[in-house]
Design a protein around this ligand. Structure first.
Ligand SMILES: [Zn+2]
Length: 502
Protein backbone atom coordinates (compact mmCIF):
# COMPACT_ATOMS: atom_id res chain seq x y z
CA UNK A 1 0.00 0.00 0.00
CA UNK A 2 1.55 3.25 -1.12
CA UNK A 3 0.91 5.52 1.82
CA UNK A 4 3.77 7.32 3.45
CA UNK A 5 1.82 7.69 6.67
CA UNK A 6 1.54 3.99 7.32
CA UNK A 7 3.63 2.40 10.00
CA UNK A 8 3.84 -1.13 8.72
CA UNK A 9 6.81 -2.70 10.38
CA UNK A 10 8.30 -5.59 8.53
CA UNK A 11 9.77 -7.40 11.47
CA UNK A 12 9.14 -10.85 10.17
CA UNK A 13 11.98 -12.11 8.07
CA UNK A 14 11.79 -15.87 8.24
CA UNK A 15 10.17 -15.74 4.83
CA UNK A 16 13.59 -14.98 3.43
CA UNK A 17 14.67 -18.37 4.71
CA UNK A 18 11.76 -20.12 3.02
CA UNK A 19 12.30 -18.24 -0.20
CA UNK A 20 15.95 -19.18 -0.30
CA UNK A 21 14.93 -22.80 -0.30
CA UNK A 22 11.84 -22.63 -2.43
CA UNK A 23 11.76 -19.69 -4.79
CA UNK A 24 14.80 -17.46 -4.72
CA UNK A 25 12.70 -14.38 -4.02
CA UNK A 26 14.40 -12.44 -1.25
CA UNK A 27 11.58 -10.29 0.03
CA UNK A 28 9.70 -10.97 3.22
CA UNK A 29 6.67 -13.19 3.16
CA UNK A 30 4.29 -11.82 5.66
CA UNK A 31 3.62 -8.22 6.41
CA UNK A 32 1.05 -6.96 8.88
CA UNK A 33 1.90 -9.37 11.66
CA UNK A 34 2.84 -6.66 14.07
CA UNK A 35 1.75 -3.66 12.04
CA UNK A 36 0.83 -0.84 14.38
CA UNK A 37 -1.64 0.88 12.06
CA UNK A 38 -3.61 0.31 8.90
CA UNK A 39 -2.34 2.04 5.76
CA UNK A 40 -5.89 3.08 4.83
CA UNK A 41 -6.20 5.32 7.90
CA UNK A 42 -5.14 8.90 7.67
CA UNK A 43 -5.18 12.22 9.56
CA UNK A 44 -5.17 14.72 6.68
CA UNK A 45 -6.91 17.98 7.77
CA UNK A 46 -7.81 18.73 4.13
CA UNK A 47 -9.66 15.49 3.52
CA UNK A 48 -12.73 15.61 1.31
CA UNK A 49 -16.08 14.78 2.87
CA UNK A 50 -18.18 11.65 2.43
CA UNK A 51 -21.90 12.12 3.00
CA UNK A 52 -23.47 8.73 3.70
CA UNK A 53 -27.20 9.05 3.03
CA UNK A 54 -30.31 6.96 3.33
CA UNK A 55 -33.30 7.26 0.99
CA UNK A 56 -35.17 9.38 3.56
CA UNK A 57 -32.28 11.77 4.22
CA UNK A 58 -31.43 12.64 0.59
CA UNK A 59 -34.05 15.34 0.25
CA UNK A 60 -33.00 17.32 3.32
CA UNK A 61 -29.36 16.95 2.30
CA UNK A 62 -30.08 18.37 -1.16
CA UNK A 63 -31.87 21.31 0.43
CA UNK A 64 -28.58 22.41 2.00
CA UNK A 65 -26.63 22.46 -1.28
CA UNK A 66 -26.01 25.31 -3.71
CA UNK A 67 -28.61 25.42 -6.46
CA UNK A 68 -26.09 24.16 -9.03
CA UNK A 69 -25.07 21.24 -6.83
CA UNK A 70 -28.67 20.46 -5.97
CA UNK A 71 -29.53 20.36 -9.66
CA UNK A 72 -26.58 18.06 -10.27
CA UNK A 73 -27.59 15.61 -7.54
CA UNK A 74 -31.24 15.61 -8.59
CA UNK A 75 -30.28 15.21 -12.23
CA UNK A 76 -28.02 12.26 -11.43
CA UNK A 77 -30.94 10.38 -9.89
CA UNK A 78 -29.07 9.78 -6.64
CA UNK A 79 -31.59 8.30 -4.23
CA UNK A 80 -29.53 6.93 -1.32
CA UNK A 81 -29.77 3.32 -2.44
CA UNK A 82 -27.09 0.84 -1.40
CA UNK A 83 -23.95 0.98 -3.54
CA UNK A 84 -24.80 4.35 -5.06
CA UNK A 85 -21.81 6.69 -5.29
CA UNK A 86 -21.86 10.22 -6.63
CA UNK A 87 -18.89 12.59 -6.69
CA UNK A 88 -20.13 16.11 -6.04
CA UNK A 89 -18.39 18.89 -8.02
CA UNK A 90 -17.47 22.19 -6.41
CA UNK A 91 -15.60 25.27 -7.58
CA UNK A 92 -12.20 23.55 -7.15
CA UNK A 93 -13.02 20.13 -8.59
CA UNK A 94 -14.48 17.28 -6.59
CA UNK A 95 -15.82 18.68 -3.35
CA UNK A 96 -17.43 15.68 -1.70
CA UNK A 97 -18.79 12.20 -2.26
CA UNK A 98 -22.33 11.00 -1.66
CA UNK A 99 -22.84 7.34 -0.93
CA UNK A 100 -26.10 5.50 -0.52
CA UNK A 101 -26.69 3.25 2.47
CA UNK A 102 -30.17 2.09 1.55
CA UNK A 103 -31.55 0.37 4.63
CA UNK A 104 -28.36 -1.54 5.38
CA UNK A 105 -27.10 -0.88 8.91
CA UNK A 106 -24.09 -3.19 8.67
CA UNK A 107 -20.52 -2.22 7.78
CA UNK A 108 -20.85 -3.47 4.21
CA UNK A 109 -22.06 -0.23 2.51
CA UNK A 110 -18.68 1.32 3.43
CA UNK A 111 -16.73 -1.73 2.32
CA UNK A 112 -16.00 -0.72 -1.28
CA UNK A 113 -15.18 2.95 -0.77
CA UNK A 114 -11.41 2.51 -0.55
CA UNK A 115 -11.27 1.56 -4.21
CA UNK A 116 -14.34 3.38 -5.58
CA UNK A 117 -13.45 6.79 -4.21
CA UNK A 118 -10.60 8.61 -5.94
CA UNK A 119 -7.22 8.25 -4.27
CA UNK A 120 -6.60 10.69 -1.45
CA UNK A 121 -7.97 11.46 1.98
CA UNK A 122 -11.63 11.34 2.90
CA UNK A 123 -13.59 11.87 6.08
CA UNK A 124 -17.12 10.92 7.07
CA UNK A 125 -19.70 13.58 7.78
CA UNK A 126 -22.03 12.59 10.61
CA UNK A 127 -25.19 10.87 9.49
CA UNK A 128 -27.69 8.12 10.14
CA UNK A 129 -25.12 5.37 10.58
CA UNK A 130 -22.73 4.00 13.18
CA UNK A 131 -19.29 5.48 12.62
CA UNK A 132 -17.41 2.54 14.12
CA UNK A 133 -19.12 0.18 11.69
CA UNK A 134 -18.28 2.56 8.87
CA UNK A 135 -14.60 2.53 9.82
CA UNK A 136 -14.65 -1.26 10.03
CA UNK A 137 -16.24 -1.64 6.61
CA UNK A 138 -13.94 0.90 5.00
CA UNK A 139 -10.85 -0.80 6.41
CA UNK A 140 -11.94 -4.36 5.63
CA UNK A 141 -12.55 -3.31 2.04
CA UNK A 142 -9.20 -1.54 1.68
CA UNK A 143 -7.17 -4.76 1.84
CA UNK A 144 -5.58 -6.29 -1.25
CA UNK A 145 -2.89 -8.94 -1.54
CA UNK A 146 -0.13 -6.92 -3.20
CA UNK A 147 2.99 -8.89 -2.36
CA UNK A 148 3.81 -10.04 -5.88
CA UNK A 149 1.95 -7.52 -7.99
CA UNK A 150 1.79 -3.80 -7.57
CA UNK A 151 -1.77 -2.53 -7.36
CA UNK A 152 -3.02 -0.24 -10.12
CA UNK A 153 -3.88 2.35 -7.53
CA UNK A 154 -3.61 2.98 -3.83
CA UNK A 155 -6.74 2.79 -1.70
CA UNK A 156 -8.43 6.00 -0.72
CA UNK A 157 -7.71 6.75 2.90
CA UNK A 158 -10.07 7.61 5.74
CA UNK A 159 -9.47 10.18 8.41
CA UNK A 160 -10.30 8.45 11.64
CA UNK A 161 -9.68 9.50 15.19
CA UNK A 162 -10.58 6.79 17.67
CA UNK A 163 -12.63 3.70 16.87
CA UNK A 164 -9.74 1.61 18.11
CA UNK A 165 -11.84 -1.56 18.28
CA UNK A 166 -12.86 -1.29 14.65
CA UNK A 167 -9.30 -0.62 13.54
CA UNK A 168 -7.94 -3.47 15.67
CA UNK A 169 -10.48 -5.88 14.23
CA UNK A 170 -9.65 -4.83 10.70
CA UNK A 171 -5.91 -5.19 11.16
CA UNK A 172 -6.44 -8.63 12.70
CA UNK A 173 -8.48 -9.73 9.69
CA UNK A 174 -5.92 -8.22 7.29
CA UNK A 175 -3.24 -10.27 9.00
CA UNK A 176 -5.20 -13.50 8.61
CA UNK A 177 -5.98 -12.74 4.96
CA UNK A 178 -2.32 -12.06 4.25
CA UNK A 179 -1.35 -15.42 5.74
CA UNK A 180 -4.02 -17.27 3.76
CA UNK A 181 -3.10 -15.51 0.53
CA UNK A 182 0.61 -16.26 0.89
CA UNK A 183 1.37 -19.19 -1.43
CA UNK A 184 2.48 -22.48 0.03
CA UNK A 185 5.95 -22.30 -1.50
CA UNK A 186 6.61 -19.35 0.79
CA UNK A 187 4.54 -20.37 3.79
CA UNK A 188 5.55 -23.78 5.09
CA UNK A 189 4.95 -25.15 8.58
CA UNK A 190 8.01 -23.34 9.94
CA UNK A 191 6.97 -20.01 8.45
CA UNK A 192 3.43 -20.34 9.79
CA UNK A 193 4.88 -21.09 13.21
CA UNK A 194 7.19 -18.09 12.84
CA UNK A 195 4.17 -15.92 12.12
CA UNK A 196 2.52 -17.20 15.28
CA UNK A 197 5.69 -16.45 17.22
CA UNK A 198 5.95 -12.91 15.84
CA UNK A 199 2.38 -12.19 16.86
CA UNK A 200 2.81 -13.76 20.29
CA UNK A 201 5.96 -11.79 21.00
CA UNK A 202 4.40 -8.54 19.82
CA UNK A 203 1.78 -8.95 22.56
CA UNK A 204 4.10 -10.22 25.28
CA UNK A 205 2.76 -13.77 25.14
CA UNK A 206 4.78 -16.84 26.07
CA UNK A 207 5.55 -18.75 22.88
CA UNK A 208 6.33 -22.47 22.70
CA UNK A 209 7.53 -24.22 19.55
CA UNK A 210 7.41 -28.02 19.41
CA UNK A 211 9.02 -29.93 16.55
CA UNK A 212 11.15 -32.97 15.76
CA UNK A 213 11.23 -35.83 18.27
CA UNK A 214 9.39 -33.77 20.88
CA UNK A 215 6.50 -33.27 18.45
CA UNK A 216 6.46 -36.95 17.55
CA UNK A 217 6.10 -37.82 21.22
CA UNK A 218 3.59 -35.12 22.21
CA UNK A 219 1.49 -34.92 19.02
CA UNK A 220 1.79 -38.31 17.29
CA UNK A 221 -1.17 -37.73 14.99
CA UNK A 222 0.19 -34.41 13.72
CA UNK A 223 3.51 -36.14 13.20
CA UNK A 224 1.80 -38.82 11.10
CA UNK A 225 0.05 -36.24 8.91
CA UNK A 226 3.29 -34.34 8.32
CA UNK A 227 5.49 -37.34 7.66
CA UNK A 228 5.16 -37.12 3.88
CA UNK A 229 6.56 -33.61 3.53
CA UNK A 230 10.16 -32.38 3.34
CA UNK A 231 8.99 -29.53 5.53
CA UNK A 232 8.43 -31.13 8.95
CA UNK A 233 5.45 -30.25 11.14
CA UNK A 234 5.56 -27.72 13.96
CA UNK A 235 3.13 -27.08 16.78
CA UNK A 236 3.17 -23.37 17.49
CA UNK A 237 1.59 -22.42 20.79
CA UNK A 238 1.40 -19.46 23.12
CA UNK A 239 -0.19 -18.43 26.36
CA UNK A 240 -1.28 -14.89 27.03
CA UNK A 241 -2.92 -13.05 29.90
CA UNK A 242 -4.61 -9.66 29.78
CA UNK A 243 -2.83 -6.94 31.74
CA UNK A 244 -5.70 -6.79 34.26
CA UNK A 245 -6.51 -10.52 34.20
CA UNK A 246 -6.27 -12.33 37.52
CA UNK A 247 -4.37 -15.60 37.69
CA UNK A 248 -7.73 -17.40 37.77
CA UNK A 249 -9.30 -15.33 34.96
CA UNK A 250 -11.32 -17.39 32.48
CA UNK A 251 -9.14 -19.43 30.14
CA UNK A 252 -10.08 -19.53 26.46
CA UNK A 253 -8.30 -22.24 24.49
CA UNK A 254 -7.95 -21.75 20.73
CA UNK A 255 -6.81 -24.43 18.28
CA UNK A 256 -6.24 -23.96 14.56
CA UNK A 257 -5.74 -26.26 11.61
CA UNK A 258 -2.62 -25.03 9.87
CA UNK A 259 -2.25 -27.33 6.88
CA UNK A 260 -0.06 -25.13 4.70
CA UNK A 261 -0.88 -27.20 1.66
CA UNK A 262 -3.21 -30.18 1.37
CA UNK A 263 -2.50 -32.43 -1.58
CA UNK A 264 -4.79 -35.02 0.00
CA UNK A 265 -1.86 -37.34 0.60
CA UNK A 266 -2.05 -40.77 -1.05
CA UNK A 267 -5.79 -40.16 -1.41
CA UNK A 268 -4.74 -37.40 -3.76
CA UNK A 269 -7.15 -34.60 -4.55
CA UNK A 270 -8.16 -34.00 -8.17
CA UNK A 271 -6.74 -30.77 -9.67
CA UNK A 272 -9.92 -28.77 -9.09
CA UNK A 273 -10.01 -29.77 -5.44
CA UNK A 274 -6.30 -29.23 -4.88
CA UNK A 275 -6.13 -25.83 -6.55
CA UNK A 276 -7.08 -23.72 -3.52
CA UNK A 277 -5.29 -25.75 -0.89
CA UNK A 278 -2.82 -23.05 0.09
CA UNK A 279 -5.79 -21.83 2.13
CA UNK A 280 -5.95 -25.02 4.19
CA UNK A 281 -4.18 -23.16 6.99
CA UNK A 282 -7.08 -20.70 7.12
CA UNK A 283 -8.25 -22.09 10.44
CA UNK A 284 -4.88 -21.30 12.00
CA UNK A 285 -4.87 -17.84 10.43
CA UNK A 286 -8.39 -17.25 11.73
CA UNK A 287 -7.40 -18.33 15.22
CA UNK A 288 -4.50 -15.85 15.12
CA UNK A 289 -6.97 -13.12 14.09
CA UNK A 290 -9.27 -14.01 16.98
CA UNK A 291 -6.37 -14.07 19.41
CA UNK A 292 -5.19 -10.72 18.12
CA UNK A 293 -8.63 -9.11 18.51
CA UNK A 294 -8.71 -10.31 22.13
CA UNK A 295 -5.13 -9.18 22.78
CA UNK A 296 -5.57 -5.80 21.07
CA UNK A 297 -8.59 -5.21 23.32
CA UNK A 298 -6.55 -6.40 26.32
CA UNK A 299 -9.51 -8.38 27.62
CA UNK A 300 -9.05 -9.60 31.20
CA UNK A 301 -8.82 -13.22 30.09
CA UNK A 302 -6.22 -15.90 29.66
CA UNK A 303 -5.60 -17.39 26.22
CA UNK A 304 -3.91 -20.60 25.23
CA UNK A 305 -3.38 -20.87 21.49
CA UNK A 306 -2.23 -23.94 19.56
CA UNK A 307 -1.64 -24.25 15.83
CA UNK A 308 -0.88 -27.52 14.09
CA UNK A 309 1.41 -26.34 11.28
CA UNK A 310 1.88 -29.16 8.82
CA UNK A 311 1.92 -30.07 5.13
CA UNK A 312 -0.09 -33.03 3.80
CA UNK A 313 2.18 -34.25 1.01
CA UNK A 314 2.79 -37.42 -0.97
CA UNK A 315 6.08 -39.30 -0.66
CA UNK A 316 7.53 -42.63 0.37
CA UNK A 317 7.21 -41.45 3.96
CA UNK A 318 3.58 -40.33 3.80
CA UNK A 319 0.90 -42.05 5.85
CA UNK A 320 -1.10 -44.63 3.92
CA UNK A 321 -4.75 -45.63 3.84
CA UNK A 322 -5.47 -48.14 6.63
CA UNK A 323 -2.42 -47.15 8.64
CA UNK A 324 -3.31 -47.05 12.32
CA UNK A 325 -2.08 -44.19 14.50
CA UNK A 326 -2.02 -44.04 18.28
CA UNK A 327 -3.13 -40.49 19.13
CA UNK A 328 -2.10 -38.29 22.04
CA UNK A 329 -5.37 -39.17 23.77
CA UNK A 330 -4.48 -42.86 23.51
CA UNK A 331 -7.27 -43.67 21.09
CA UNK A 332 -6.16 -45.59 18.01
CA UNK A 333 -7.30 -44.21 14.66
CA UNK A 334 -7.47 -46.12 11.42
CA UNK A 335 -6.82 -43.93 8.40
CA UNK A 336 -9.81 -44.42 6.12
CA UNK A 337 -8.75 -41.48 4.01
CA UNK A 338 -5.47 -39.56 4.06
CA UNK A 339 -7.28 -36.45 2.85
CA UNK A 340 -9.27 -36.27 6.10
CA UNK A 341 -6.12 -34.96 7.79
CA UNK A 342 -7.52 -31.79 9.39
CA UNK A 343 -9.35 -33.72 12.11
CA UNK A 344 -6.12 -35.65 12.73
CA UNK A 345 -4.17 -32.42 13.12
CA UNK A 346 -6.76 -31.08 15.55
CA UNK A 347 -7.42 -34.18 17.66
CA UNK A 348 -4.10 -34.03 19.52
CA UNK A 349 -4.46 -30.28 20.06
CA UNK A 350 -8.04 -30.63 21.32
CA UNK A 351 -7.00 -33.38 23.72
CA UNK A 352 -4.25 -31.24 25.22
CA UNK A 353 -6.28 -28.02 25.28
CA UNK A 354 -9.42 -29.52 26.80
CA UNK A 355 -7.40 -31.14 29.59
CA UNK A 356 -6.54 -27.62 30.79
CA UNK A 357 -10.21 -27.09 31.72
CA UNK A 358 -10.87 -23.98 29.62
CA UNK A 359 -14.03 -21.89 30.01
CA UNK A 360 -14.36 -22.30 26.25
CA UNK A 361 -12.46 -24.43 23.77
CA UNK A 362 -12.57 -23.16 20.19
CA UNK A 363 -11.21 -24.78 17.09
CA UNK A 364 -11.28 -23.42 13.61
CA UNK A 365 -10.57 -25.39 10.45
CA UNK A 366 -11.13 -25.51 6.72
CA UNK A 367 -12.31 -29.01 7.40
CA UNK A 368 -14.88 -30.43 5.02
CA UNK A 369 -16.26 -29.82 1.56
CA UNK A 370 -19.52 -31.11 3.00
CA UNK A 371 -19.85 -27.97 5.11
CA UNK A 372 -19.63 -25.90 1.93
CA UNK A 373 -22.19 -28.10 0.18
CA UNK A 374 -24.54 -27.54 3.10
CA UNK A 375 -24.15 -23.79 3.67
CA UNK A 376 -22.04 -22.33 0.87
CA UNK A 377 -18.94 -20.14 1.14
CA UNK A 378 -20.26 -17.34 3.36
CA UNK A 379 -21.68 -19.26 6.29
CA UNK A 380 -19.15 -21.15 8.39
CA UNK A 381 -20.67 -24.16 10.10
CA UNK A 382 -20.74 -24.04 13.88
CA UNK A 383 -20.81 -27.21 15.96
CA UNK A 384 -21.15 -26.65 19.68
CA UNK A 385 -21.77 -29.02 22.59
CA UNK A 386 -23.14 -26.18 24.76
CA UNK A 387 -26.44 -24.52 23.83
CA UNK A 388 -25.74 -21.31 25.76
CA UNK A 389 -22.43 -20.80 23.99
CA UNK A 390 -24.01 -21.64 20.65
CA UNK A 391 -26.71 -19.01 21.24
CA UNK A 392 -24.12 -16.41 22.25
CA UNK A 393 -22.06 -17.13 19.15
CA UNK A 394 -25.00 -17.00 16.76
CA UNK A 395 -26.27 -13.78 18.38
CA UNK A 396 -22.84 -12.19 18.08
CA UNK A 397 -22.65 -13.30 14.46
CA UNK A 398 -25.92 -11.49 13.80
CA UNK A 399 -25.04 -8.33 15.73
CA UNK A 400 -21.56 -8.04 14.18
CA UNK A 401 -22.71 -9.03 10.67
CA UNK A 402 -20.24 -11.91 10.85
CA UNK A 403 -22.63 -14.83 10.62
CA UNK A 404 -22.37 -18.58 11.09
CA UNK A 405 -24.95 -21.33 11.21
CA UNK A 406 -25.24 -24.27 13.59
CA UNK A 407 -25.38 -27.93 12.62
CA UNK A 408 -25.97 -30.75 15.12
CA UNK A 409 -23.51 -33.11 16.79
CA UNK A 410 -25.94 -35.92 16.05
CA UNK A 411 -25.21 -38.86 18.36
CA UNK A 412 -26.96 -41.26 16.02
CA UNK A 413 -24.12 -40.97 13.51
CA UNK A 414 -21.34 -41.57 16.01
CA UNK A 415 -21.15 -45.28 15.20
CA UNK A 416 -20.38 -44.40 11.58
CA UNK A 417 -16.81 -43.86 12.79
CA UNK A 418 -16.44 -47.49 13.90
CA UNK A 419 -13.34 -49.34 12.70
CA UNK A 420 -12.81 -53.11 12.77
CA UNK A 421 -9.19 -52.71 13.88
CA UNK A 422 -8.95 -49.43 15.82
CA UNK A 423 -10.94 -47.36 18.29
CA UNK A 424 -12.25 -45.30 15.42
CA UNK A 425 -11.78 -44.50 11.75
CA UNK A 426 -11.00 -40.97 10.61
CA UNK A 427 -13.87 -41.09 8.10
CA UNK A 428 -17.20 -42.81 7.70
CA UNK A 429 -17.88 -45.31 4.96
CA UNK A 430 -21.08 -43.45 4.11
CA UNK A 431 -21.26 -40.51 1.75
CA UNK A 432 -23.63 -38.41 3.85
CA UNK A 433 -23.20 -35.86 6.66
CA UNK A 434 -19.46 -35.36 6.15
CA UNK A 435 -19.27 -32.17 8.22
CA UNK A 436 -21.10 -33.80 11.14
CA UNK A 437 -18.90 -36.91 10.97
CA UNK A 438 -15.76 -34.74 11.15
CA UNK A 439 -17.19 -32.93 14.18
CA UNK A 440 -18.14 -36.21 15.88
CA UNK A 441 -14.61 -37.50 15.27
CA UNK A 442 -13.11 -34.50 17.04
CA UNK A 443 -15.64 -34.66 19.88
CA UNK A 444 -14.10 -37.99 20.91
CA UNK A 445 -10.94 -36.11 21.89
CA UNK A 446 -12.53 -33.25 23.85
CA UNK A 447 -12.49 -33.86 27.61
CA UNK A 448 -16.05 -34.39 28.93
CA UNK A 449 -17.65 -31.25 30.35
CA UNK A 450 -15.59 -28.87 28.20
CA UNK A 451 -17.68 -26.22 26.42
CA UNK A 452 -16.46 -26.63 22.87
CA UNK A 453 -17.15 -24.73 19.65
CA UNK A 454 -15.90 -26.11 16.36
CA UNK A 455 -16.02 -23.90 13.28
CA UNK A 456 -15.84 -25.57 9.87
CA UNK A 457 -15.00 -22.63 7.63
CA UNK A 458 -14.09 -21.77 4.03
CA UNK A 459 -11.69 -18.86 4.66
CA UNK A 460 -11.96 -17.56 1.13
CA UNK A 461 -13.88 -14.94 -0.86
CA UNK A 462 -14.46 -16.22 -4.38
CA UNK A 463 -14.83 -12.68 -5.75
CA UNK A 464 -14.69 -9.03 -4.70
CA UNK A 465 -17.61 -7.78 -2.66
CA UNK A 466 -17.86 -4.78 -0.34
CA UNK A 467 -15.59 -5.36 2.70
CA UNK A 468 -14.77 -8.87 1.41
CA UNK A 469 -12.01 -8.68 -1.19
CA UNK A 470 -11.27 -11.74 -3.29
CA UNK A 471 -8.93 -14.20 -1.57
CA UNK A 472 -8.25 -15.21 1.99
CA UNK A 473 -10.76 -14.41 4.70
CA UNK A 474 -11.27 -15.08 8.41
CA UNK A 475 -15.03 -15.33 8.80
CA UNK A 476 -16.82 -15.33 12.16
CA UNK A 477 -13.78 -14.34 14.22
CA UNK A 478 -15.17 -10.90 15.06
CA UNK A 479 -18.31 -12.69 16.21
CA UNK A 480 -16.32 -15.11 18.35
CA UNK A 481 -14.48 -12.24 20.03
CA UNK A 482 -17.78 -10.51 20.77
CA UNK A 483 -19.38 -13.67 22.16
CA UNK A 484 -16.38 -14.44 24.34
CA UNK A 485 -16.54 -10.93 25.84
CA UNK A 486 -20.33 -10.98 26.22
CA UNK A 487 -20.38 -14.36 27.91
CA UNK A 488 -17.23 -14.39 30.01
CA UNK A 489 -17.01 -10.68 30.81
CA UNK A 490 -20.63 -9.49 30.92
CA UNK A 491 -19.75 -6.63 33.28
CA UNK A 492 -17.33 -5.33 30.65
CA UNK A 493 -19.21 -6.09 27.47
CA UNK A 494 -20.21 -2.56 26.58
CA UNK A 495 -16.63 -1.34 26.83
CA UNK A 496 -14.82 -4.53 26.02
CA UNK A 497 -13.21 -3.21 22.87
CA UNK A 498 -14.46 -6.07 20.76
CA UNK A 499 -17.98 -4.86 20.07
CA UNK A 500 -17.73 -2.50 17.15
CA UNK A 501 -21.12 -1.01 17.92
CA UNK A 502 -23.79 -1.76 20.51
ZN1 LIG B 1 -7.48 -32.90 3.30
Amino acid sequence: MANSKCHIKTVYDSGARAEKRYSGDARNVTRLLTAAALPCIDDDPNAKVIHALRPDTVESFIAGLTSAQAAYVVGSGFAGRTQELLLLPGPAGIEAALIGLGHDHSHHPFGDLAFRLPEGSWKLAAGDFDEARAVLGFCLGAYRYTYFKSPRRAPATLVCAGHAAAQAQAISIWMARELVNTPANLLGPTELADACQALAEAFGAHFIRTEGAALEAAYPTISAVGRGSDRPPVVAAFTWQGSTAAADAPLVALCGKGVVFDSGGYDLKPPSGMLMMKKDMGGAASILALARIVMEADLPLRLSVRLGCVENAVSGHAMRPLDVIRTRRGLSVEIGNTDAEGRLVLCDLLAEASDEGPALLVNCATLTGAARVALGPDLPVLFCNDDEWAEALLAAGASETDPMWRLPLHDGYDSWLDSPVADLNNVSGKSHAGAIIAALFMRRFVAPGTPWAHLDTYCWNDGNRPSRPEGGEAPAMRAFARAIADKLLPHLAAHSGVAVAT
